[in-house]
Design a protein around this ligand. Structure first.
Ligand code: TXA
Ligand code: MG
Length: 348
């Protein structure tokens, strides 16, 4: 299959391309689309055959459900069997945006989308091209992140092209994703709203409008093989470069000393803060920085692109630095990096 990569300059300039993307989606094809979080691999949420093509293109385990994307709040009533009060509050404050809400599904949502669960994940993205494509398709779009399963989520059309070339007919290139990591996932089906995946909308923001929000402990812990999880995505290794990643906790100086004393003849690369780069000026180590220590927004924006760079460097091992865990965007950065590292962490 040839994969067409379409660079968008504007809604009007590329009007025909949006119409074509909509046609492909209505025909049951898969189209990669930009969103404000990461790129998505979209298909008609009501078409089980189209949904199967997403799982195939990604190599995704069929027990990991997809998020359904809408372009108007009114689309929600078709997809869920009841709308909790908390969903209305969250929608008023954070939709359109980087928030995914889990609710009880309606009969119209095929089991292929929800991996057989009785609940469905819904997001109303803010990205104007994502919304234009949903409008052009005329149906809600199920879309996971547009990476091969296990790889870091794509934050540019180039990332998508590398993973999906030959696997899907069309990629819509809307430039770099503003946030750079995935949406926040909150479960609204229990008594207390529960955070299942930290993301673009922070825990602090959620608590500021809902009051009590529980945090699923598996956000920052490894899940054992036989454990039951609230969100199937928690079970899988994610966001990982090919080389093993180990997170190093401690001061910048002890980090630099540890790395320099543990090269052991290996090709070593590090993922660090901007401020730490100079500590390695004299060492035979590949240095990738992903933002400033105290600027969580920049770290979130650049993390996945930085993780992808390591697959071109092909080191034997990657030592990585993470920010302090807070109720801000840093929680999402630590969650993604912990998974990329398979929870391997050393304190120095
Ligand atoms: O920002 C995003 O959320 C991006 C863009 C494309 O919208 N999408 C995304 O999708 O990250 P994906 O499939 O890579 O991650 C969806 C996560 C998975 O961890 C999945 O297990 C969880 O949401 N999920 C989906 N439906 C669920 C449900 N009914 N109950 C619990 N977890 C669910
Ligand atoms: Mg994903």
């Amino acid at each position: 299959m040839t994969t067409e990569l379409i660079k968008i300059s504007g809604l009007m300039q590329n009007f025909d391309d949006f119409v074509r993307a909509g046609e492909l989606l209505r025909e049951g094809k898969v189209v990669a689309i930009p969103t404000e979080t990461v790129y998505g691999l979209a298909a008609n949420a009501f078409d089980p055959n189209a949904i199967e093509k997403i799982f195939k293109a990604k190599g995704r385990p069929s027990d990991n459900p997809l998020i359904v994307h809408i372009s108007d709040f009114s689309d929600l009533s078709k997809l869920v069997s009841e709308i909790p009060e908390s969903a209305i509050t969250l929608a008023e404050n954070f939709w359109p945006g980087a928030l995914t809400m889990i609710m009880k599904k309606s009969d119209k949502v095929p089991d292929e989308v929800t991996a057989g669960l009785s609940t469905v994940a819904i997001r109303f993205p803010s990205h104007k091209y994502a919304r234009a494509i949903i409008d052009a398709a005329g149906v809600p779009l199920a879309a996971p992140s547009a990476n091969l399963s296990g790889k870091p989520s794509p934050t540019s059309a180039d990332h998508v092209f590398r993973d999906m070339k030959g696997r899907i007919p069309m990629i819509i290139d809307g430039g770099d994703c503003e946030i750079g990591l995935e949406s926040t996932v909150i479960d609204l089906t229990g008594d207390i709203p529960t955070l299942l995946r930290p993301g673009g909308v922070t825990l602090k923001q959620l608590r500021s409008v809902l009051g009590e929000v529980a945090v699923n402990p598996k956000i920052l812990e490894e899940v054992s093989d036989d454990e039951k999880v609230a969100s199937p995505g928690m079970k899988y290794k994610h966001y990982a470069p090919s080389a093993p990643v180990t997170i190093i906790d401690g001061s910048s100086e002890s980090f630099a000393n540890y790395v320099k004393n543990n090269i052991n003849g290996r090709k070593v690369a590090i993922l660090c803060f901007e401020e730490e780069k100079e500590l390695f000026a004299d060492a035979d180590i590949t240095v990738v920085s992903y933002g400033k220590l105290l600027d969580g927004v920049s770290l979130a924006h650049s993390l996945f692109g930085a993780l992808r760079q390591f697959d071109e460097i092909s080191p034997d091992i990657i030592f990585a630095r993470e920010p302090e865990t807070t109720d801000g965007i840093e929680l999402a950065v630590v969650n993604r990096l912990s998974r990329a590292a398979g929870f391997s962490r050393i304190s120095v």
